[in-house]
Ligand binder design. Structure first.
Ligand code: ZN
Length: 407
């Protein structure tokens, strides 16, 4: 699956309109074409089944049937994770995705799809290229969600043949230098094409240290900026070992990126301009389309807010009375904040950075946003235009249900 296609699926899920019928979001770990944790899956289905009655129970069963059918007949042997989303009723919906990386076995039924694990997959495993160079070959290994494709990029004609044709040593040396230069230039050109076509944003160089150094020097700035690691090939390590080393190098680089994003968030919060932190501020920045990057701790688990079915207003603080303060309606429903934030981020095409084990993120309330423009501004005001006036911006949640700022 291409990145654009994957992003398209996530966006489709994030913008799916609500209906009465529940959406079953089903993530499973699979192995050899079969469920890995079958009893966990069955137990969870049983729990969900007991939570519905009447018409809702019928809609749940109707949504579940195609999922079970898919899992028993359609899972590829090479897949490690499958995500299926299904809804019955008047606006039926079905989407099944298979991956070469594992997913947890996790199922939920809610009014909207749960996209957390897809966002996590996109953030963690998606995609990089490794250029493996030897003295006379260059190969591209592209890794998409654990699926590996090997392409022979370019091969240098065997120089040894030339020596047999009566070349002097000097001629041979000169020829070799020119050939090497051309070889490096061709390699970089081909690599650039592949990276641009596939929208790859991480590059790893591996192999012969002399050649990787030459290639590195020849990289144009936009490609050099995407270089995350150089791996020196030890002895006779094969392509698959290189891939394994590259995956761990990529994951390390991804961790560093997360950390850099958290540092940027903290820095912006200190200078008071292009960032917000905490549940309420982040939620409203997302709703207002101000967010460039949503930074979220993987442990982030806010308490639910609420949404009024009558006038559609939503709040991130828990409702204390059972009545909507705006329209008086008693028809309130839980707002699952983490999910709502991820949906908003996808709808507005924000970057999402999920962060593991960060004390800074815990201190900030588990969530924060780097903003495109200053919060409080009515329109798209550039960062420079930030003034003290912006501090007076108030969140719609303020004064409702007496919630604390942040979490
Ligand atoms: Zn209301």
């Amino acid at each position: 699956m291409e990145l654009r296609e994957f992003q398209g699926h996530i966006r489709r899920l994030a913008t799916l309109p609500k209906t009465r019928a529940p959406v079953v979001s089903c993530y499973v770990r699979v192995e050899g074409g079969d469920l890995k944790h079958r009893s966990v899956f069955a137990g969870r289905v049983e729990e969900l089944r007991r939570s519905f009655a009447g018409e809702d129970a019928r809609l749940f069963e109707e949504a579940l049937t195609p999922i079970e059918r898919f899992l028993s007949t359609e899972v590829h042997r090479g897949s490690k994770g499958v995500a299926v989303f299904s809804r019955a009723g008047r606006q039926p919906f079905f989407l099944a995705l298979q991956f070469y990386v594992p997913l947890p076995t996790w199922i939920a039924a809610d009014t909207l799809p749960n996209i957390y694990h897809l966002v996590e997959l996109k953030d963690t495993y998606w995609r990089f290229v490794v250029l493996v160079c030897s003295q006379d070959t260059a190969r591209i290994v592209s890794v998409n969600l654990g699926a590996v494709t090997l392409d022979l990029l370019t091969e240098r004609p065997d120089l040894r043949q030339r020596l047999g044709r009566g070349w002097s040593k000097e001629q041979f040396q000169r020829h070799r230098t020119t050939r090497t230069r051309k070889f490096v230039a061709d390699t970089v050109k081909a690599l650039s094409g592949i990276m641009a076509a596939g929208n790859y944003d991480h590059l790893i160089l591996a192999g012969d240290s002399g050649m990787t150094a030459r290639v590195r020097r020849a990289l144009p700035p936009h490609m050099a900026a995407r270089l995350v690691r150089v791996i020196r090939k030890s002895g006779r390590s094969g392509s698959w070992e290189i891939v394994a080393q590259s995956i761990s190098a990529f994951l390390e680089a991804e961790q560093e990126e997360s950390k850099a994003t958290v540092d940027a968030l903290q820095q912006q919060l200190r200078t008071g301009s292009l960032a917000v932190a905490g549940t309420r501020a982040s939620y409203w920045a997302l709703k207002l389309g101000q967010v460039e990057t949503l930074v979220m701790s993987t442990e982030y688990a806010p308490r639910p807010g609420w949404m009024c079915r009558g006038c559609r207003i939503d709040r991130t603080t828990e409702q204390l009375s059972n009545k909507c303060p705006a329209c008086g309606s008693r028809s309130l429903e839980h707002l699952r904040i983490r999910e709502a934030m991820l949906r908003l981020a996808e709808q507005h095409r924000c970057q999402v950075e999920l962060v593991r084990d960060s004390a800074t993120m815990t201190r900030l309330g588990g969530v924060g946003c780097l903003l495109r423009f200053s919060h409080g501004a009515a329109g798209r005001v550039p960062a420079r235009a930030w003034t003290a006036r912006d501090r007076s911006y108030s969140y719609p949640d303020a004064g409702v249900a007496g919630g604390q700022f942040g979490n």
